[in-house]
Design a protein around this ligand. Structure first.
Ligand SMILES: [Zn+2]
Length: 327
């Protein structure tokens, strides 16, 4: 209405009446007039809105932007924490492989199984359409790696629990002490490995460990087991053997006296005989062997039960360096 009122008034000269006559606009003219004004108004409005919207964010937009920024930061933090978690898991895997699985003599889990990848490169394709795909894909990948490696690790521990249950029985059978009382280690004569032959003076493989001791010194079974041999054996003199099960056997040579019979069950620390000088021997001593799954092994590897780490180190040194083989 206001528009109408402010509208200019038009006059037309009429030559018949010789006067100016007022002209009133038709309804059509008025309609188009309104339309024109409206169009201009809308155009200006849209223009201003466009400029403003390019310059300033709407409250919803700025809220979304803030939220987006926060989410991105959160993603970065998560990605970092996943990296840390993977490092911790890596440490656990190392310990699992080199310590726990080794203790229980479990088969090693190859790196290719522990850290195997995922098939197909388009696994993360649906994420690639995001505005920041690298961060999201990298984080998702890390999460996938973590869950897969945790699954393998958890299976490994499950297996070790089962092995651990058998371990107590097994640990009683392992030849884990020295075969004679040797607190001050003075009786350690010679260790396992290539040594000079006491008679021929040539290098020869010594398949056991020698303990020098007086004739009659008590000899102990080094683990639970059954006596499988107690008789004269070429070179070893009076010789006794124990089968400990779990692949372990021990042999005691040059004895003066047997104090256990074939077929007898013996416990760790039980007296099975006495030190002597029988067979090929250069003086009273005990020759002691540990046989693991049919092969000779270094007996000193198994003395962990009655030696402190310091004593153990000292014994290894004596056996390695000062050793005089007595055969
Ligand atoms: Zn020997």
């Amino acid at each position: 209405m206001k528009l109408f009122k402010s509208r200019k008034t038009y006059y037309l000269y009429n030559p018949n009446t010789l006067s100016y006559e007022r002209v009133y606009p038709s309804a059509k003219d008025r309609f188009f007039g309104v339309l024109r004004h409206l169009s201009i108004g809308i155009a200006i409005g849209v223009g201003i809105f466009y400029i403003l919207s390019r310059t300033f964010d709407s409250p919803v937009e700025s809220l979304l932007k803030k939220e987006n920024k926060l989410l991105q930061t959160q993603y970065e933090v998560l990605s970092l924490r996943l990296t840390n978690a993977l490092e911790v898991l890596d440490d656990i895997q190392q310990r699992d492989e080199n310590l726990y699985r080794a203790i229980f003599q479990a088969e090693s889990i190859p790196e290719s199984v522990r850290k195997s990848g995922f098939g197909g490169s388009n696994r993360y394709e649906q994420l690639m359409s995001l505005s920041n795909p690298d961060l999201v894909v990298a984080t998702t990948k890390k999460m996938d790696m973590l869950s897969k490696q945790l699954y393998v690790q958890s299976n490994s521990l499950e297996e070790l629990i089962t092995l651990g249950k058998n371990q107590e029985e097994r640990s009683k059978c392992i030849p884990a002490i020295q075969p004679i009382s040797n607190k001050d280690l003075k009786r350690t004569a010679s260790g396992y490995g290539v040594r000079i032959d006491p008679i021929y003076r040539t290098p020869r493989f010594h398949s056991g460990m020698d303990f020098s001791a007086k004739v009659g010194t008590e000899i102990y079974a080094t683990g639970d087991g059954v006596v499988t041999f107690a008789a004269w054996k070429q070179g070893y003199g009076n010789c006794l053997m124990i089968n400990h099960g779990h692949g372990f056997q021990t042999l005691y040579g040059h004895m003066s006296k047997f104090r256990a019979r074939v077929g007898q069950k013996v416990k760790r620390g039980e007296v099975i005989g006495e030190v002597g000088n029988t067979g090929k021997s250069t003086g009273p001593h005990l020759h002691y062997e540990v046989i693991v799954r049919g092969k000779h092994d270094n007996p000193s590897k198994y003395y962990y039960m009655d030696l402190t780490p310091e004593e153990y180190d000292r014994m290894i040194q004596i056996a390695e360096n000062h050793g005089q083989v007595m055969d």
